[in-house]
Design a protein around this ligand. Structure first.
Ligand code: 3H9
Length: 711
């Protein structure tokens, strides 16, 4: 046997290779996911060179150590100076190897990982393998031959679909697509890969190169697939840079020799690497993983989480119940009387009935889910549950009464959570005998759909209770963000501020339709006034009334929304709000009467309207959002700027390709944001007060990302 395996005591190589019989077994061992960092690329190149030069080697087998084959290029290297060999070079070395190369795939073979496998001559996938080209989700395209080899191997249509969606295919599907040749049956990928390689050697199987595969032989079908993908991508991926580049690269696969296609792929890949969208999307990828690393999740293990209770069967309580049922938890709902309980149960059932109607759930599956749901009008039903989430009316006295009951009936160690959107959770916790068990779990409506879960951490809460909140988020497949206690926590607190900026602009001359349009062009699916119409204007109205007594009398207060609400125009549910919704339409039409109300309000306030460009609208909108984001970080309500980013990506429709508001601020430059705020402050110094954190960062020439790294 020969190889480069490290001697005991030395640091292991990320790629080890040793000959077993006539097979050179090449093991990629670069935890956590075998990403293709420079050392892995060097190791693979060395392994192939060794195979070529060793006459005893008849075939090569590539296999991943740990849970995956290879998860792709090392994303952390993007944006840094590239180190040779490049991944396309490594793939070329594999493909041109004179001896058969087998990829034995288990776990993830994604992006560059799949491209390595496609450069190999034969592929075996184990059950549970995930194969895909998800680069598009990172603002990229497959950049080491994926756009040229995949269409040749599996045809243009299937390859385009994989690359533009970024989805993962399972082993069986990968086989039926032609991505892999054989399915493994057992659990030992190394053994099965070796057996396959030996078989190929025994059968004198030739090297078989994907670059020569005939998947594009039907030129007409390939062209049709390309045009269909182009049309669909133009419609679906509006504003995104890389999807169209994928189409362009595949077009080259159809029309040019392989090497020319590869050269174009490289060129397009480098364009994607240079785009701010790539930076935004990769920021989002890492930020989503960083939010899981709260101090409490490092310090403590979650408590048991096998059953849940919900107080309140309104829209929110029922949505939370559905999320918990979907995650496999038994759920007990408590309501004050039988009628309310029946309504709560009906709310839950309605969600599943909707799925049954759309053929997305069978009646049996619904019955199985509902079998885990029980209801009661007595809090005693919560005696054994591990966690209770309270979702009753937003009123401190009502909440305290609920918590007094929970304190009375729940077993020691049960997590007692409130879904309040703004009430002081420290006060709720202080009202019972076990404040260490009290946590905020702020779900977003509809709670079974929206991904964001703010884990609100009151002063006295135990670390393992917070860790249980994160564990619950994981089970519910939600994105948790740790937040401190304040009015509105991270998301709604910042929202309140930029909504005011939008209201100011509306009174100063921009119509709600212009503002919504500008916000949509920025990349949001909807503008703030459309959102208000969707959520119901009465909600914001109630909040404004609640805050009226404590409002700074010197602060500017725009009354347009109140005038609209006073008419009973609450948005979609009343067929009109800022927009008209004739006969229950979901897309609104501009309303001349609303414009008249706005005009009247401008006159009342003594404002001479002026015009706003889209650019100015977004400068003000984003400056308000970023400034309050900085305040939230400064006051430790959010641990880091990235926590604000993830909150806005998953709870407020912020365009993912911009990475989040704080990442966007870094992209345009904090000095510019601060200069804007100082400029706007000349007219309204009460509203536009630069955040001390923003000022400090600009003075130091630093950015928000520096705070993400320092945690
Ligand atoms: C590409 O390949 C470009 C090429 O076409 C061309 C190049 C020229 N790099 O998600 P997890 C880290 S683009 C570096 O929690 P899971 C991750 O940050 C790439 N690090 O685990 C985390 O770190 P930490 C195309 C990576 O089991 C840890 O690994 N590939 C990478 O839930 C565990 O990750 C992709 O887009 C990476 N590529 O899921 C696949 N991937 O512990 C991206 C992960 O410090 N990755 N990390 O927080 C995934 O989809 C999932 O990580 C995977 C595992 C499904 C693999």
């Amino acid at each position: 046997m020969s190889g480069n395996t490290a001697t005991p005591g030395t640091s292991p190589e990320p790629v080890a290779f040793r000959r077993e019989g006539g097979i050179l077994v090449v093991t990629i061992d670069n935890p956590p996911v075998n990403a293709l960092g420079v050392d892995v690329r060097r190791g693979l190149a060395a392994a192939i060179a060794a195979a070529e030069s060793d006459p005893e080697v008849s075939a090569v087998m590539l296999v991943g150590a740990g849970r995956n084959f290879i998860a792709g290029a090392d994303i952390r290297e993007f944006g840094k100076t590239p180190q040779p060999p490049s991944l396309p070079e490594v793939c070329a070395a594999i493909e041109t190897c004179a001896k058969p190369v087998v990829a034995a795939i288990h776990g993830a073979a994604l992006g560059g990982g799949l491209e390595i496998a496609l450069a190999a001559h034969y592929r075996l996938a184990m059950p549970g393998a995930k194969l895909g080209l998800p680069e598009v989700a990172l603002g990229l395209l497959p950049g080491s031959g994926g756009t040229q080899r995949a269409p040749r191997l599996i045809g243009a249509k299937a390859a385009l679909e994989l690359m533009t969606s970024g989805r993962h295919a399972g082993a069986a599907e990968a086989q039926s697509l032609g991505l892999v040749d054989r399915l493994g049956g057992g659990t030992d990928v190394r053994e099965e890969g070796l057996a396959y390689a030996r078989e190929l050697v025994a059968a004198r199987a030739p090297v078989r190169r994907s670059r020569d595969a005939q998947g594009l032989a039907d030129a007409e079908a390939s062209r049709a697939a390309l045009e269909a993908a182009r049309a669909e991508t133009a419609k679906k991926s509006r504003g995104l840079f890389s999807p169209m580049k994928i189409i362009e690269a595949v077009e080259a696969a159809l029309t040019r020799p392989f090497d020319e296609g590869m050269a174009l792929e490289r060129q397009l890949f480098m364009q994607c690497i240079a785009s701010p969208q790539r930076a935004g999307l990769i920021h989002a990828f890492f930020a989503e993983r960083e939010v899981l690393k709260a101090p409490e999740t490092r310090a403590a293990k979650p408590r048991p989480l096998e059953s849940a209770g919900i107080v309140g069967g309104g829209t929110m309580g029922a949505g939370i119940a559905v999320a918990m049922l979907d995650a496999g938890l038994p759920v007990t709902m408590v309501e004050r009387d039988e009628t309310s309980l029946a309504r709560g149960r009906a709310h839950v059932e309605r969600v599943y009935d909707g799925l049954v109607k759309k053929n997305r759930m069978t009646l049996e599956a619904k019955a199985a889910l509902m079998a885990r749901f029980s209801g009661s009008t007595s809090y005693d039903a919560f005696a054994q549950v591990d966690i209770v989430v309270e979702a009753v009316f937003e009123d401190m006295a009502v909440k305290k009464a609920v918590f007094a009951e929970l304190d009375r009936v729940c077993k020691p160690g049960a997590v007692l959570a409130t879904n309040t959107s703004y009430l002081d959770i420290d006060e709720i916790a202080a009202s019972i005998s076990r404040p260490a068990d009290v946590l905020g779990l702020h779900f977003f409506s509809p709670a079974n759909i929206m991904k964001l879960l703010e884990i609100v951490v009151p002063a006295k809460v135990a670390a393992d209770v917070v860790a249980t909140g994160f564990e619950l988020a994981k089970r519910l497949k939600k994105v948790p963000v740790r937040a401190g206690v304040c009015d509105g926590f991270i998301g709604n607190r910042i929202l309140a501020v930029y909504r005011q900026a939008a209201d100011h602009m509306m009174e100063d001359g921009a119509s709600p339709y212009e503002i919504d349009r500008a916000v949509r062009s920025f990349g949001y699916p909807m503008g703030p006034f459309q959102v208000s119409d969707l959520a119901g204007g009465d909600i914001g109205w109630a909040t404004r009334k609640r805050k009226a007594a404590t409002r700074d009398p010197k602060a500017r207060y725009v009354q347009i929304a109140d005038r609209i609400c006073e008419r009973g125009w609450f948005g979609q549910k009343t067929q009109r709000g800022y927009y008209l919704y004739p006969e229950g339409a979901r897309v609104g039409e501009p309303d001349a009467e609303v414009l008249a109300i706005i005009d009247a309000e401008r006159q009342r306030a003594g404002v001479t309207p002026r015009s706003f460009s889209e650019d100015e609208i977004m400068r003000r909108y984003m400056a308000a959002m970023i400034n309050e984001g900085a305040n939230v970080v400064h006051q430790r309500i959010a641990l880091r700027p990235l926590d604000v980013d993830v909150t806005f990506l998953h709870g407020y429709g912020f365009p993912r390709f911009r990475g989040g508001p704080m990442k966007y601020a870094d992209t345009i430059g904090l000095a510019r944001v601060l200069a804007d705020i100082r400029e706007f402050a000349k007219q309204d110094p009460v509203f536009w007060k630069p955040s001390p954190l923003l000022v400090d960062l600009v003075e130091r020439g630093a950015d928000f990302a520096s705070l993400d790294r320092s945690e």
